[in-house]
Design a protein around this ligand. Structure first.
Ligand SMILES: NC(=O)C1=CN([C@@H]2O[C@H](COP(=O)(O)OP(=O)(O)OC[C@H]3O[C@@H](n4cnc5c(N)ncnc54)[C@H](OP(=O)(O)O)[C@@H]3O)[C@@H](O)[C@H]2O)C=CC1
Ligand SMILES: Nc1nc(O)c(N)c(N[C@@H]2O[C@H](COP(=O)(O)O)[C@@H](O)[C@H]2O)n1
Length: 220
């Protein structure tokens, strides 16, 4: 499986304000670039924090790009949600794209059934928190080869921590958001001593910002 993390952040590294409300950081050209990345993906994944904050549908993608790469259908939508906090009326449950709920044993069986009834395929990996390595393996067995991780900061950190990321692209918008409690590109507990190693591959000016793309030098 190839895992690309893509997000938009301010100059000071924030994904949103301290209120954790959805914020438009990308300009039109960058949103068009994101649509192309989604079109190239088999699935797009977000954390439940993003679902609760943004209620994304994740259905926007460049259909022409998708047909150019001869991929049919709609990219699947995936949520990492250890305790089953995703609302059953979330926008993710609308539309035809397949939905995967990655969860843990902490979600009661009846709640898992409710997600199935709402149309999701439920993947249980981990005891208290989603074990992303196991969950991504299961997605791969389901035929997902190209996975786009959109955030937020907690999920992105965990993907790096589990050594699951192959590429990172970040749009840096020309604004300062500030706030010690605002989500950043990689939150979690933070690394100490051993940091993920990145190689800068591309720098592109877009809208009033810049897109940077790195390859991640994974261990092993
Ligand atoms: N600018 C941008 O490009 C983007 C911005 N955002 C913004 O980011 C903010 C949300 O980010 P954030 O609060 O970090 O939330 P996330 O979307 O990263 O979701 C985090 C939650 O996911 C659940 N989760 C399940 N398994 C794992 C795991 N293994 N590792 C980490 N998390 C896991 C956890 O909740 P639980 O334990 O209950 O399962 C956790 O609290 C919003 O403000 C949103 O607008 C989001 C995406 C892109
Ligand atoms: N690339 C990017 N730039 C921004 O400025 C953003 N706010 C986001 N947010 C992500 O897009 C999701 C919403 O997508 P849809 O409206 O459903 O198409 C949101 O949940 C974040 O993951 N991304």
């Amino acid at each position: 499986m190839h895992v690309l993390v893509n997000a938009a952040m301010s100059v000071d590294g924030k994904l949103a304000t301290y209120r954790r409300e959805q914020l438009r950081i990308s300009g039109d050209a960058d949103f068009a670039r994101v649509d192309r990345r989604r079109a190239e993906a088999d699935a797009v994944v977000v954390g439940v924090g993003t679902v609760l904050a943004d209620d994304p549908s994740l259905l926007r993608f460049d259909r022409e790009r998708r047909s150019e790469i001869e991929t049919t259908g709609v990219p699947a939508r995936v949520v990492a949600d250890s305790q089953g906090r995703t609302p059953l009326d979330a926008a993710l449950f609308s539309g035809d794209a397949p939905i995967y709920l990655l969860t843990s044993e902490a979600t009661p069986p009846e709640r898992r059934d409710a997600f199935r009834d709402a149309g999701a395929q439920v993947i249980v990996a981990g005891t208290d928190r989603v074990d992303l390595t196991d969950a991504f393996d299961t997605l791969e067995h389901e035929g997902i080869e190209r996975l786009l991780v959109e955030g937020g900061g907690e999920l992105i950190f965990s993907c790096f921590e589990a050594n699951l990321v192959d590429e990172l692209s970040v749009y840096i918008g020309s604004l300062i958001i500030g706030g010690r409690d605002a989500p950043t590109l990689a939150d979690g507990n933070g690394f100490l001593g051993s940091f993920p190693e990145l190689t800068l591959r591309r720098v592109e000016r877009l809208d009033d910002g810049v897109v940077l793309r790195w390859r991640v030098e994974n261990e092993g």
